[in-house]
Design a binder for this molecule. Structure first.
Ligand code: ADP
Ligand code: MG
Length: 294
């Protein structure tokens, strides 16, 4: 067990370094490096970065632009205001719309130039930056799970901060049982539990990262249409085989009105979702409840 756990841990750590947008690591050209070289030069990167970004482009297409890794310029503003407002709540403020709108002019994913042959990434717009926060964790967990499976793991549950991916069933043959956190109860009681077999469950919610301005909470998922935190739901949970897709969809569907999100989910094979509304009402896609367990 220790050997296997360490293998998974060290692989996840490599992904973490590659996909980091805040920190640099000795001898590693990561996404932060790509951002620093925006408008300057293509950066030669590890194949795992190329694959993440290609996957992110697909997710952008699938979700009609509601999850955009090229949204870094806008997300950075919210991140900075959130940090400042968390450190000094008395002076917490909202970013001005002028500032947000100026930044949103530099979020065109077509300016993300990926050269698969040369394994380089170039941001053609010098004011653009990548933020892979909506996809990287789930994508990395998916890749590590697949590698583990190839290495003979037959029964495994990986849980990385809200992203759960299972392989096979439990040792006793029963499905893995995973709780969906209740978004309106601090401390995280389960809202419901689902059984997972070779599947993943990913939740995006308002309760993980936010700050408070004039008594109102502002969380970390930003709707590209309004440049403000989306307020349709308290949380959205996605259930599907691929944890990378589940992560991308959890963010995208959070930014979509219910009917549109439902239509998107129903159009995708083996994909289910649960929405929690601000009035605590819960709605499910057509097959979600088949997975609910005690
Ligand atoms: P969690 O942080 O709990 O994994 P998500 O998967 O929803 O939740 O990712 C949220 C992160 O995604 C934010 O912190 C930010 O970095 C990024 N993000 C927020 N809004 C968007 C968006 N519209 N498109 C792409 N990335 C986003
Ligand atoms: Mg996500």
């Amino acid at each position: 067990f220790t050997r296997q756990a360490e293998m998974i841990y060290s692989e996840l750590k490599e992904y973490h370094q590659l996909y980091d947008i805040y920190n640099s690591y000795e001898g590693v050209d990561n996404i932060k490096t790509v951002n620093e070289q925006a408008g300057i030069a293509p950066v030669k990167v590890d194949r795992r970065i190329i694959d993440l970004l290609l996957f992110s482009e697909e997710a952008y297409e699938t979700a009609g632009g509601k999850v955009n890794v090229a949204f870094g310029s806008v997300l950075k503003i919210w991140h900075d205001y959130r940090e400042a407002g968390t450190e000094d709540p008395g002076r917490a403020a909202l970013p001005g719309t002028d500032l947000l709108e100026e930044a949103s002019g530099h979020t065109d994913i077509d300016q993300l130039i990926i050269d698969e042959q040369a394994t380089t990434v170039y941001l053609a717009d010098p004011k653009m930056s990548l933020d892979v926060g909506a996809v990287a964790k789930g994508y990395a967990v998916e890749q590590v799970a697949r590698a583990a499976e190839e290495n003979g793991f037959a029964s495994l549950l990986i849980s990385v901060g809200g992203n759960v991916r299972s392989i096979g069933t439990r040792d006793d043959g029963a499905v893995w049982k995973v709780g969906v956190q209740n978004p309106y109860e601090q401390g995280g009681a389960d809202m419901t539990r689902v059984g997972l077999k070779d599947a993943s469950l990913v939740t995006s919610g308002i309760y993980e990262r936010y700050y408070t301005v004039d008594g109102k909470n502002y969380h970390h998922i930003i709707d590209p249409a309004t440049l403000y935190p989306a307020d349709y739901f308290l949380s959205v949970s996605i259930l599907c085989p691929d944890s990378g897709l589940a992560d991308a969809l959890s963010t995208a569907v959070f930014n979509l009105p219910f009917e549109q999100g439902l239509a998107l989910i129903e159009s995708l094979p083996d994909t289910e979702a649960a929405w929690v509304f601000p009035d605590k009402q819960v709605r499910y896609s057509s097959g979600f409840q088949n997975h609910i367990t005690d």
